[in-house]
Design a protein. Structure first.
Length: 436
């Protein structure tokens, strides 16, 4: 406790760090207040049906990512997810289209052009999603909930929803530039955290109302949640470097020796992005969901606890983990950098042999990381099977838990860097905070 108080004092003494943290908190407060501003022309007292619709299922995930703005018919209802979807699409295009590959190699000017294209794509996605969201409002809410109707309401509300998401993007960029941590990730995290107290309280009272063993089960749930949380920390941190001896063993080379050396590869190089992209695709069928009598693909994929939803989600996560790893790790570039700096892998010839060696190692260590991501993603379904409240079950895995862990580690790592740069003690007594 004394060390924690001393760390807070050190943070306060550093003027630049103190201003960055306060600036970040102020921006997040603006975002949270905006999440409760209802679209003009809608009666806030008649949103009960929309909130019931987002208590569970795929729309419940959307509401969680938006911090409840989706169920409040807020000006921020579509949240930041359209921007993330556009970012992932642009990154995938960089693997297949030479134009985007050239932009990625042009440095700062290329990144600015990519960001501009991402924004345009975000607007295009919003033009499609905003009318769909408004159509869902008309389907769920009674006519008396709308003070404005017709084409005027649709056009003005579409413009407001697009402007709301673009404003949230701007807030995230301001945090990244002048605050602490990654702005977009922090905005998603704060929305998820906003749902945690309500989900925790609901689960506690549900267990307390049980005649026998309810509180004991609640204690067991907390223990399991802590174990999953610690496992998620290990998964997000991954392995920051692979021993050369272990790498050779993976490819069947038993003849190794000498000093212990490492290759800068991680078991989970893709982070949480494969889950976000996979769930973005899984949400598409839910756009056609219009009631309890829905059948076919829309009904199957609207049930996030069903077998087929989780099976397809797991397969997509594994596939996208390999794709995203291919984006972030380039064996050709790694081999060139090693050759340029006079480095080499003991026992492996420079050039094509090194490229093949790195490619094979990356492919083999990515599989366990992809499988672990898939397991974490489908854990909420197993929690629901054990009668855990559907909203609280989302914190047993999936994107929510991995985002919380990853963003917290990244933010703490930046704070620690500021402390160490000014010759203060870090946040940990031993070692350093490891980010993604």
């Amino acid at each position: 406790m004394r060390r924690f108080i001393e760390t807070l004092k050190n943070i306060y003494r550093i003027e630049d760090l103190r201003k960055r943290i306060l600036y970040t908190l102020g921006i997040l407060l603006v975002y949270r207040l905006g999440s409760f501003v209802v679209l003009p022309g809608i009666d806030p007292s008649q949103l009960g049906a929309l909130r019931r619709q987002t208590e569970d299922g795929v729309l419940g995930l959307l509401d969680m990512f938006s911090g409840g703005a989706f169920s409040h018919a807020s000006i921020f209802a579509l949240g930041i997810m359209p921007y993330i979807s556009a970012s992932i699409v642009v990154q995938l295009l960089g693997m297949a289209i030479p134009y985007f590959q050239r932009l990625q190699k042009e440095g700062e000017s290329g990144h600015r052009k990519i960001n501009q294209i991402t924004r345009y794509l975000t607007v295009a996605i919003l033009i499609l999603q905003a009318p769909g969201y408004l159509a869902n409002l008309h389907f769920q809410l009674p006519d008396t909930a709308f003070a404005l109707k017709g084409i005027y309401f649709t056009v003005t509300s579409t413009i407001i929803l697009i402007a709301g998401t673009m404003f949230v993007m701007w807030l995230g960029e301001r945090i990244t530039e002048k605050g602490i941590g990654n702005g977009i990730s922090l905005i998603i995290m704060i929305g998820i955290i906003a749902r945690l107290p309500f989900a925790f309280t609901a689960e506690f009272f549900n267990r307390a109302e049980e005649m026998a063993g309810g509180l004991v089960m609640f204690l067991v749930e907390m223990i399991v949640l802590f174990v999953v949380f610690m496992f998620s920390i290990l998964l997000v941190q991954g392995t920051r470097r692979i021993p050369v001896q272990y790498a050779k063993r993976l490819v069947g080379n038993r003849q190794f020796g000498g000093a212990r050396q490492y290759i800068p590869l991680k078991v989970n190089a893709a982070g949480v992005m494969p889950i976000i992209f996979a769930q973005a695709l899984m949400i598409l069928p839910a756009m056609f969901f219009r009631g309890e009598n829905t059948t076919g693909i829309a009904a199957v994929f609207a049930d996030i606890t069903g077998f087929w939803y989780n099976f397809v989600l797991a397969i997509l996560i594994i596939v996208f983990t390999y794709l995203y790893t291919a984006i972030t790790i380039n064996p050709n570039q790694m081999a060139e950098d090693m050759k340029r700096n006079g480095g080499f892998i003991p026992g492996v010839k420079p050039g094509r042999a090194t490229i093949n060696f790195l490619y094979e190692i990356t492919s083999r260590i990515t599989l366990p990381g992809a499988v672990f991501l898939a397991i974490i993603a489908i854990l909420p379904s197993f929690a629901v099977m054990f009668s855990v409240d559907s909203q609280f079950a989302q914190f047993y895995g999936g994107t929510s838990l991995l985002i919380l862990v990853g963003v917290v580690l990244d933010t703490l790592q930046q704070i620690e860097s500021h402390l160490l740069m000014r010759h203060y003690d870090g946040l940990m007594k031993h070692g350093r905070v490891a980010g993604r």
